[in-house]
Write a protein that binds this ligand. Structure first.
Ligand SMILES: [Zn+2]
Ligand SMILES: [Zn+2]
Length: 429
């Protein structure tokens, strides 16, 4: 099937599900965004390479912060705040039409991993969101659309102390209606991505020391308490759900083998499909910890550290993203799954916390893999994330994210439907 309109030619291609690339009728925004972002490539490619080749750890993204904010400052009509909200490497760029309307936002990640550099491909996330923000504003200007476009430089995604959570708590997202971001991998192209919620439980037992041979009856064995807890957790695993993950190790197993141990400690990492399930799991694991204390008379101290919430994707935003992704020329493999089909990624992101605060899309996109087919957080993926082919995929993502935002800005009351969907999703959890 071939369709032609306004010089924009779409060659339809039936896929396995019998859908057609050209099923969605021509939308001039898609071709305009496509051309505009292609025009940005020459200035974004050097930025991409610089960030990829200059890896900086969480909250130390000083160089990325500098080049990205300088770049945004060089763009007309953007208000740029460096070191925003008291976070050295956070930044905010705002384009305000001055006309009341939806506030759409994009998150730019910048941090790399210890030793293996940009093995999570955050350079590509940055480029997709920059392209999306700039293309959205270009369409806003050309078509006199209302509202506001915000690009957030969000540091420190790797680890437990998410920059997005810090920004959320500081009020950075106040008044923002939607948040859009993407993440590279090698397996999926999907805007309907769920990630896991996680938390860390530290457990300590305080016993009473005694000579193990002369007077063990005077002691309280903290290590015994920990072993009972460890075994109780192992038994608990038989009754957990397939999406629950409990990992545990002993971080302090006592001082010596000829004394009754006065102190022992362990660390437990929990993952679950949702924050509410995570809370249930925390309760169950804490009960196991208390069982160790009860059995031995040791005193127990449990510390819960919240990690990231699961990501709740917005279906309406995902539908818009899919529409643009499939309208752009040369749809790459694999195709986006059927509408409503979630893609589960067994990892966690602070965009999850954002998704509990407002409608969110965290689009997964496949880049051409490295020679060893390495997944994110491998040296192989780091190489793959620095290639021009990967950069071009990030540009395609930027186009689809921009289309999503433009639809929200140009369609009256669509934002209300998106927010209603979000409310139902969050209440459902
Ligand atoms: Zn990562
Ligand atoms: Zn990542």
């Amino acid at each position: 099937m071939m369709m032609e309109s306004d010089g924009w030619i779409l060659v339809g291609k039936e896929d396995d599900q019998g859908r057609s690339d050209a099923q969605n009728v021509h939308d001039s925004f898609a071709s305009d965004i496509d051309k505009f972002v292609d025009g940005l490539r020459a200035c974004l490619w050097p930025l991409n390479t610089y960030i990829h080749d200059t890896p900086e750890l969480a909250f130390k993204e000083y160089k990325a912060h500098k080049v990205l904010t300088e770049f945004m400052q060089s763009q007309q009509d953007w208000q740029v705040t460096t070191s925003a909200y008291g976070i050295e490497t956070a930044w905010v760029a705002v384009y305000d039409t001055g006309v009341t309307g939806p506030v759409v936002s994009f998150n730019v990640e910048m941090d790399a991993l210890p030793d293996i550099g940009h093995a999570c491909g955050h350079n590509l996330i940055a480029m997709a969101s920059l392209a999306a923000g700039l293309a959205t504003v270009e369409m806003v200007k050309r078509h006199k659309l209302p509202g506001k476009v915000v690009v957030f430089g969000t540091p420190g995604e790797e680890g437990m102390d998410g920059g997005k959570i810090r920004l959320l708590n500081a009020g950075a997202y106040k008044g923002v209606d939607i948040s859009l971001i993407s993440h590279p991998g090698i397996l999926n192209n999907s805007p309907l991505v769920r990630t896991t919620a996680f938390s860390v439980l530290d457990v300590e037992y305080f016993g009473h020391p005694a000579h193990a041979a002369k007077s063990p009856w005077l002691g309280i064995n903290a290590l015994d308490a920990l072993i009972i807890a460890y075994n109780a957790v192992s038994v608990l695993r038989q009754q957990t759900m397939p999406t629950d993950v409990i990992g545990m190790h002993i971080s302090n197993g006592g001082a010596a083998s000829n004394i009754i141990h006065a102190y022992a400690a362990g660390v437990c990492v929990l993952r679950a499909a949702t924050v509410s399930r995570l809370k249930e799991l925390q309760q169950k694991v804490s009960d196991c910890f208390r069982a160790g204390a009860q059995a031995t008379s040791a005193r127990v101290n449990i510390k819960v550290t919240d990690g990231y919430a699961d990501h709740v994707p917005n279906r309406i935003l995902a539908r818009l993203y899919t529409k643009y992704w499939n309208m752009l020329p040369d749809v790459p493999n694999p195709p986006i799954p059927m509408e409503g089909q979630f893609t589960w990624i067994q990892s966690s992101t602070d965009q999850g916390n954002i998704s509990y605060a407002m409608p969110s899309v965290n689009a997964s996109f496949a880049i051409p893999p490295g020679p060893h087919g390495g997944q994110p957080h491998s040296a192989d993926f780091k190489e793959a994330a620095g290639t021009e082919a990967a950069f071009l995929r990030s540009m395609r993502v930027g186009k689809a994210l921009a289309g999503t935002a433009v639809d929200v800005l140009k369609t009256p009351r669509l934002i209300d439907d998106i927010k209603e969907q979000w409310r139902q999703d969050i209440e459902g959890i």
